[in-house]
Design a protein. Structure first.
Length: 139
């Protein structure tokens, strides 16, 4: 079994709320950072997607908080794309501190034709045509 793709991020003080916890909106930023880092590891450049008028879009996200993150904590954010049939795919992400699961974020996404403002019929092909390393995305 392959290890999931992860990035490590240190929580910065200005990212915390008035209780000293990592702000909810920052979890989504960390998740987005991990997703784009994985897409780049697959060999896909955001500038090329923009040139071709396509791009991934997030349609839905659900965060589940299990433990607190505070300033100075190092958190590993994993990212895995799960492909099914149809116009959408799922992304599953875990946030871990010292190996302990502290949060999960599950998303539904698609690949959008930015001119037509419609989802591509097969997002796998949308990613595959730009990827030099499609296996990083599970393709």
């Amino acid at each position: 079994m392959t290890q999931p793709f992860t990035v490590t991020i240190t929580v910065r003080g200005y990212e915390t709320d008035s209780q000293g916890h990592l702000n909810t909106s920052v979890y989504t930023q960390y998740a987005e950072h991990a997703r784009w880092t994985l897409v780049q590891a697959a060999g896909i450049r955001q500038s090329e997607l923009i040139e071709k008028s396509v791009g991934p879009v997030n349609l839905e996200s659900t965060i589940r908080f299990l433990r607190e993150l505070r300033a100075g904590d190092e958190v590993e954010v994993s990212c895995a794309f799960l492909w099914g049939e149809g116009k959408t795919f799922r992304v599953e992400q875990e946030f871990r501190r010292d190996g302990e699961l502290v949060a999960t974020l599950h998303s539904v996404g698609g690949m959008m034709d930015l001119r037509e403002r419609r989802l591509l019929a097969d997002p796998r092909e949308g990613f595959r045509q730009f990827a030099s390393n499609p296996s990083a995305l599970g393709l």
